[in-house]
Design a protein around this ligand. Structure first.
Ligand SMILES: Nc1ncnc2c1ncn2[C@@H]1O[C@H](COP(=O)(O)OP(=O)(O)OP(=O)(O)O)[C@@H](O)[C@H]1O
Ligand SMILES: [Mg+2]
Length: 262
């Protein structure tokens, strides 16, 4: 009997240790993934800074010459289309190098006291008149109480613009876009929902990897969301993707609230 009891006790202890081991294993795996991610980002950052430096200037010069050339050509000159194509492609290069530079820069921002209600309202108001947003059913759900965070207002605005642009692009001119603010104990949560095609589950982490883009060639650099994640994490927050209640994608940004708000 004694033996049976001690056997049972041993087995219980073993099961317990086994569980602890598998938890530790999972933890280690997730740490390793995180490490890989930050190593990859650091490598990209270094490469980006170098390449952007070297490429940005010559491309700028080509662009300048092409623009001058286009000015000199008569409107019906058959070369106009070719020069316009050079200009377009140079601008695309500048967008990419600009995005990479933004990515490589360390996000040492200001420590402003930012009113999230106001920031969301202003950002949406600035986008509303744009072509891409004009015909959308665009709703904003602000919170009835103060929502202050400490961070860099310009960077947070940039994050919001990137997310809103993505949502509007996914809707291709028609559909619903909803921005809402929620308070969750010591965090503010901003949800941006759309009823577009959404993001398949398998891509919900990949969208934060540099250069992941499903947009047509030349339309997306795939640096928008990685930059958003970098900026949000630099302010102690998190950004992630869900399925939206509206059927499309939900981008959520969670930011720590200023102490006097919780
Ligand atoms: N609201 C959304 N609905 C559907 N897909 C989305 C949405 N937001 C992001 N995505 C997907 O995530 C990808 C990555 O977005 P990200 O902003 O990083 O790059 P991009 O928009 O393709 O290019 P850019 O550098 O110009 O922003 C998009 O190409 C798209 O596939
Ligand atoms: Mg984008």
């Amino acid at each position: 009997n004694d033996m049976a009891e001690s056997l049972a006790a041993n087995r219980a202890e073993l099961t317990h240790k086994n569980e602890a081991l598998s938890t530790a294993n999972e933890h280690m795996q997730s740490m390793q993934e995180q490490l890989l991610r930050s190593e990859r980002l650091a490598a990209i950052g270094q490469l980006a800074a170098g390449v952007s430096h070297e490429i940005d200037n010559p491309v700028g010069i080509i662009l300048g010459h092409a623009e001058l050339l286009l000015e000199d050509l008569k409107e019906d000159d058959p070369l106009c289309d070719d020069v316009a194509a050079i200009i377009d492609e140079c601008r695309r290069c500048k967008r990419i190098t600009g995005g990479l530079l933004g990515f490589a820069r360390s996000p040492e921002g200001h420590h402003d006291r930012v009113d999230l209600n106001q920031l969301v309202e202003e950002t949406v108001a600035s986008l509303r008149p744009q072509m891409l947003f004009k015909d959308l059913d665009l709703k904003v759900d602000l919170l009835n109480e103060a929502l202050f965070v400490t961070g860099d207002a310009d960077q947070l605005r940039q994050v919001m613009i990137n997310i809103l642009l993505n949502a509007a692009q996914s809707l291709q001119g028609a559909g619903c876009l909803q921005v809402s603010l929620v308070k969750q104990s010591d965090h503010a949560l901003m949800n941006v929902d759309d009823n577009g095609p959404g993001i398949p589950e398998a891509d919900r982490e990949r969208v934060f990897q540099p250069f992941f883009s499903t947009k047509a060639h030349g339309e997306g650099t795939g640096l928008g969301l990685p930059l958003c994640r970098k900026l949000v994490e630099a302010q102690g927050g998190e950004i992630y993707v869900h399925q939206a209640p509206l059927g499309g994608a939900r981008l959520s940004v969670s930011l720590p609230l200023s102490e006097d708000c919780f």
